[in-house]
Design a protein around this ligand. Structure first.
Ligand code: NIG
Ligand code: FE
Length: 385
């Protein structure tokens, strides 16, 4: 791969030792950031890209998404907007549609959503299973997910399928289903919630996953206070996701741990629920990530800029905190040190914004501000003109 000099960067956010650089330039070599500097004394490279004063940020790291599914739940969304509560019960609707869909349809849907995310500046996306809930359907969901990302998560413990004994199902998840899924998965997850899996069942699933070489993350405290966050911390999970209903003790446990609190404001928006208390988490010193939770039920968005704008407007995160959470925070939630920042040596995963500053991501909500996206230094998407 040839070297590339990106010139005329109006504002470069690195989230690395160089902080924010005005009037910057950057060299990308072999897919990595090789040099960052000011406008003078530019190194010689094979190619040049003049970004004409635009802002450059690290590519978004969307650390929580459910992209392997079929079917629509638009009617469920409309009913919610008319006053129905969200309970997670619609997951079974998507399970039926997903089981009935051929591989090619699931693959095409995931590819379409990933392309949509890339056009909005996302360079890394985690993908969960969880709409198969049989050995064969969870295995194929993860096999398809692994075609798109190394960040794949086994979520066989999403809900107990209809007409199934819960304890028998947990045994299946921990046994044959995990065995079939593990070759394609890096992470293990569980929906620890009333109506899904309790603390004991969740612990069994996560422990079995850990024994199979997977690393834990948890859907925790989404719909009510409960044991999810404490369990995530107890097992050294990389992240506790949702964190919508937290006690003081939950916040303290997160602050005293390495577990990232991954906030998913698209879910609160789309279920008309109260937003998580991001300020208390940040003020307590918890590492916060922002992600889309893209799924057909509770949050059908691939837009990290939308989630970032919600975090600023509705959760009182500063624009800088929100950008950090959507990049470096997501990388920490995936235990990745090579993405989410633009220090020398990091992956050249970056987004050029059609704006002079990253502040415009929240200042101009709903506006398509992504100009160019590079992953490993290569164009993932280019301006459409
Ligand atoms: O993260 N809470 C569990 N899972 C998803 C929702 C899934 C669905 O409604 O289909 C979530 O919000
Ligand atoms: Fe989720």
């Amino acid at each position: 791969m040839s070297s590339l000099l990106i010139t005329n960067i109006g504002e470069l956010t690195t989230h690395g030792p160089q902080g924010t650089v005005q009037h910057a330039a950057m060299v990308v070599d072999e897919g990595r950031v090789a040099w960052i500097g000011g406008a003078g004394h530019l190194p010689m490279t094979d190619a040049r890209l003049d970004v004409e004063g635009r802002a450059v940020i690290p590519g978004f790291v969307d650390s929580h998404a459910h992209l392997v599914f079929a079917g629509s739940r638009a009617a469920e969304f409309a009913a919610r907007m008319a006053g129905q509560p969200y309970t997670g019960g619609g997951i079974r609707t998507t399970v039926s549609a997903t089981r009935a869909a051929p591989d090619e349809a699931l693959r095409a849907n995931a590819a379409r959503l990933l392309a949509e995310a890339a056009r909005q500046g996302t360079t890394t996306m985690e993908i969960k299973s969880g709409y198969g809930l049989t050995v064969a359907d969870e295995e194929r969901s993860l096999r398809i997910a692994a075609e798109f990302t190394p960040e794949t998560t086994f979520l066989g413990a999403h809900v107990v399928p209809a007409d199934t004994d819960p304890d028998e199902y947990v045994r299946l998840v921990c046994g044959d289903m995990l065995k079939a899924a593990a070759p394609y998965a890096r992470w293990v997850d569980v929906f620890c919630e009333r109506g899904a899996f309790d603390a004991e069942q969740s612990r069994a699933v996560l422990r079995a996953g850990i024994d199979a070489g997977l690393r834990p993350r948890v859907h925790a405290n989404q719909l009510s206070q409960g044991p999810g966050v404490q369990l995530a911390v107890e097992l050294g999970a990389a992240s506790a996701d949702h964190c919508t209903h937290l006690s003081e003790a939950d916040i303290k446990a997160l602050a005293d741990s390495d577990t990232v609190a991954t906030l998913l404001p698209g879910a609160e928006f789309s279920t008309r629920s109260p937003y998580p208390d991001a300020r208390s988490l940040l003020d307590a010193g918890v590492t916060v990530a922002l992600a889309t939770d893209c799924n057909p039920g509770s949050s059908f968005t691939t837009s990290m800029p939308f989630c970032l704008a919600l975090a600023v407007r509705e959760m009182r995160m500063t624009p800088a905190e929100a950008l950090r959470a959507a990049t470096t925070g997501g990388a920490k939630a995936l235990r990745r040190t090579d993405i989410g920042h633009l220090a020398v040596g990091a992956c050249a995963d970056l987004t050029v914004l059609d704006a002079p500053s990253f502040l415009h991501l929240a200042y101009r909500p709903g506006v398509p501000l992504v100009h160019t996206v590079l992953r490993n230094g290569a164009p993932l998407c280019r301006p459409s003109q």
